[in-house]
Design a protein around this ligand. Structure first.
Ligand code: 5RP
Length: 226
């Protein structure tokens, strides 16, 4: 296993230990979350899970993790998910796996949102691109208004949205997030504000380090190879 994958695994294993019996847990999408699913199955914790993509749901099913339909619940105890970029003040870019719309909905419904990343995902400032999910109707017009945007060669989202990436500069994430959110035709964008994030677990150098949002300083370290 390469060091980046090992970092993902360490972060995922550390986060899995936060899941207690009886919890309702949101599961993100991606390779880091795949390690989380394995760790949860190995722990045998008696929790229930809401998945953010058919991919995550398929793996959860294979591992025997009990899955609930998101339409059946309004509030989750915690959501755990990966990210593409994390800044020191906890702005995130998400959606490399095109699941950012569902991921944001599940994170918003959760009492806590734990982000699991390997250390290569830590950046001084967001670089992008910023994933977008767009309405199919009027796509050319929406893209013209957005300006610097490229369609991604992937299938539509499970909700029928078109996946694209905003390639313009990210001078101020809050300003860009507000601008994207107010653009007709944009279903959701992959900028996640710090207020959504409870903690970030970073895997690297043989250990998982927990970062808390308030100061983004190290609050707890957990040993590696378990
Ligand atoms: C999917 C996501 C993923 O969490 C993000 O792309 C990170 O993926 P990975 O864990 O494979 O590096 O936002 O939409």
């Amino acid at each position: 296993m390469g060091s980046q994958d090992e970092g993902k695994r360490l972060a995922a294993v550390a986060a899995a230990e936060r899941v207690q019996n009886g919890m309702l847990v949101g599961l993100g999408t991606g390779s880091t979350v795949a390690y989380l699913l394995t760790a949860l199955a190995e722990r045998g914790v008696r929790a229930q899970f809401v998945c953010t993509s058919p991919r995550t749901e398929a793996i959860a099913g294979q591992l025997g993790l009990p899955v609930r339909d998101f339409d059946e619940v309004t509030r989750l105890d915690v959501a755990i998910d990966g990210a593409d970029e994390v800044t020191p003040d906890f702005w995130l870019v998400k959606g490399g796996g095109a699941a950012h719309t569902r991921e944001k909905l599940v994170a918003a419904a959760s009492a806590a949102f734990i982000v699991i990343v390997d250390s290569t995902k830590l950046v001084p400032a967001l670089r992008g691109p910023v994933p977008l999910e767009l309405v199919r109707f009027g796509l050319a017009s929406t893209m013209a208004r957005l300006g610097s945007v490229r369609l991604r060669e992937v299938p539509p989202s499970p909700d029928g949205g078109v996946i694209a990436d905003y390639l313009g500069p990210i001078e101020d994430p809050a300003t860009l997030a507000a601008s994207l959110a107010s653009t007709p035709g944009v279903i959701e964008h992959g900028l996640f504000p710090p207020e959504m994030v409870t903690e970030v677990v970073v895997g690297g150098d043989g250990e998982a380090t927990w970062l808390a949002r308030a100061s983004a300083s190290t609050t707890q370290s957990q040993g590696a190879s378990r």
